[in-house]
Design a protein around this ligand. Structure first.
Ligand SMILES: [Zn+2]
Length: 170
């Protein structure tokens, strides 16, 4: 096993999130108040080379997957309250609160900041000013959408944009 494939140990303290089963579908909510910058989840699954419905893209051709339900039901939002942190490397992805969260608040992140080409595209109805509508992956975003999210993209998405978009200067 190479260094990048080593599993991340789970957080030692009780989980800050839980799955909530709502009439409109499952989601993930906080179990307590969480301050901006605090860790919500470690993506400590196995690495694979193809995207799936529940994978998180962590590098240009690397995805991480897990059977954990609290991971599967973190919904997308175009103006989310959490973000993916890959600063410790592709094998150490973490979900971080982007703002102060109340207990019981739904946790979301912008899938377009990590996913280049989604295995299962879907329609977003989040009503954010920059809502993209069809969520297919960062590769399909137009120039205005790229500009709206440019400070949030993961390093591998920035690299792919630099390589594939002549106009991209981010
Ligand atoms: Zn949206």
């Amino acid at each position: 096993m190479s260094e990048r494939e080593q599993a991340v140990p789970p957080p030692s303290e009780p989980s800050r999130i839980a799955v909530l089963d709502r009439a409109e579908g499952k989601c993930v909510v906080t179990t307590r108040a969480v301050a901006s910058g605090q860790e919500l989840l470690v993506f400590d699954g196995s690495l694979c080379h193809e995207p799936g419905k529940y994978t998180l893209q962590v590098d240009e051709a690397l995805h991480v997957e897990s059977p954990k339900a609290d991971w599967h039901f973190i919904n997308h939002a175009c103006a989310p309250n959490a973000r993916i942190d890959l600063s410790a490397g592709p094998g150490r992805a973490r979900l971080i609160a982007a703002v102060d969260l109340e207990p019981g608040q739904e946790v979301t992140f912008n899938y377009l900041t990590t996913e280049w080409d989604l295995a299962t595209p879907f329609r977003c109805f989040c009503q954010a000013p920059h809502c993209v509508g069809w969520i297919r992956g960062a590769r399909y975003l137009d120039e205005a959408q790229l500009a709206a999210f440019r400070s949030d993209f993961a390093p591998h998405i920035l690299r792919l944009l630099r390589r594939t978009r002549a106009s991209w200067t981010g």
